[in-house]
Design a protein around this ligand. Structure first.
Ligand code: PMP
Length: 284
């Protein structure tokens, strides 16, 4: 693979970052993941808007223009011949030359790293036809989950616990109510109504979430932005999750209990179709 580090395109085994990089020592950095379908970038603009927000919440100067980011995304897709897959982008506070809790001087250059992952057939993942099973775990993350930091240890632990319990993913629960999945936003469906947690510091403001809710409203579905319990989800008609790489993924079991009829439901199926169709129209 060819990867990007601070303006250079290098073979992955020649790309390096300092041991003093704040991303490595402090998880002091943010990231974005953009899907590639048919060689095009899905929801690119939304991901750039959130990247700038995450950087600004952490007072990291944005090192590149939107055009630079776009050019680098396209160059990597091209050089790695990615038809379907994703582009990972990470910006950290850079290398102050030593370890210190205090932020380094503002002129310290952020580190920008980008790489691709090929995922042939990404849009027709077999899991979309069978659905995921999820298990609930307590949400033990920090209190600014709206900032997309590279601090992903707890979601990793939750994912491992889900796998150990024979499930595909975990839904995290705080004060008795679902926050989100380890790397996706969580939804339930009751009749013609789609229910998903409201935006706050408690969850990541999913780019796919924003698009899916817009398409749902356009398709005359009702949208309720509120939290729900595991019990309400288990007795809902359907459940699903959204993310840039899973798109709309049905959830068919929660803590071993089948949701609705226990199979992939019509609302999740329809929203997945609409999302894939509409987001391809605005892909760059
Ligand atoms: N929540 C969390 C915790 C995530 O990590 C992600 C994916 N990065 C999402 C939600 C979904 O966000 P998006 O639709 O922008 O990929």
């Amino acid at each position: 693979r060819t990867v990007y580090v601070n303006g250079d395109y290098l073979p992955e085994d020649q790309a390096t970052v300092s041991v003093f990089d704040r991303g490595f020592l402090m998880a002091d950095g943010v990231y974005e993941v953009v899907s590639v379908l048919g060689g095009k970038l899905i929801d690119f603009e939304g991901h750039m808007i959130r990247l700038k927000r995450s950087l600004s919440e952490l007072s990291i100067a944005n090192p590149l223009s939107d055009d630079d980011y776009l050019e680098a995304h396209r160059a990597l897709v091209d050089r790695n011949a990615i038809t379907d897959g994703l582009v990972y982008l990470q910006v950290t506070r850079g290398n102050p030359g030593d370890r210190d809790f205090a932020y380094p001087p503002a002129e310290t250059a952020p580190t920008v790293v980008m790489f691709t992952q090929a995922k042939p057939g990404l849009a027709d993942a077999p899991a979309a036809r069978s659905g995921w099973s999820v298990v609930s775990v307590p949400d033990l993350r920090w209190g600014r989950r709206d900032i997309k930091t590279v601090q992903l240890l707890y979601p990793s632990m939750a994912k491992m616990e889900a796998k150990a319990r024979g499930a595909d993913d975990a839904w995290m629960v705080e004060e008795g109510r679902v926050t989100e999945g380890t790397s996706n936003n969580a939804y339930i469906v009751r009749g013609n109504t789609i229910i998903t947690r409201e935006l706050s510091h408690d969850i990541l403001h999913g780019i796919t979430r924003a698009a899916v809710l817009r398409f749902a409203r356009e398709a005359q579905m009702q949208v309720e932005e509120r939290s729900f319990t595991i019990e309400e989800a288990q007795s809902a008609d359907e459940a699903f999750v959204t993310s840039a790489s899973a798109f709309v993924m049905p959830v068919v079991r929660i803590d071993g209990v089948p949701v609705g009829q226990g199979g992939v439901g019509p609302v999740a199926t329809r929203l997945r179709e609409i999302y894939l169709e509409e987001s391809l129209k605005t892909a760059v």
